[in-house]
Design a protein. Sequence first.
Length: 102
Amino acid sequence: MAGEFPVPELTEVDLGTVLSALADAHRREVVVELFRGDGTERACSSFPLPIAKSTRTHHWKVLRQAGLVRQRDAGNGTFVRLRRDEFDARFPGLLDVVAGIS
């Protein structure tokens, strides 16, 4: 089944949930890479995470549920993109701090 995975509305996202998602080094690495990218989506398999596929799947789910990313299934793979503009509107400056910009 191809399509976009469900994500919470940003107004429903809790800062504690976001911080919990970002507490994991692998998830934080993904967010930073997406933050420093050009804003387009990336194949989930393109991230050099030294973890099992099932663990990767768990990390994508945590990032989605925290409201940080959008993910879609294209049939031949899954793709992810950071909800940067939406997220910056809800939690101004947080992603800058996470990425080490501020």
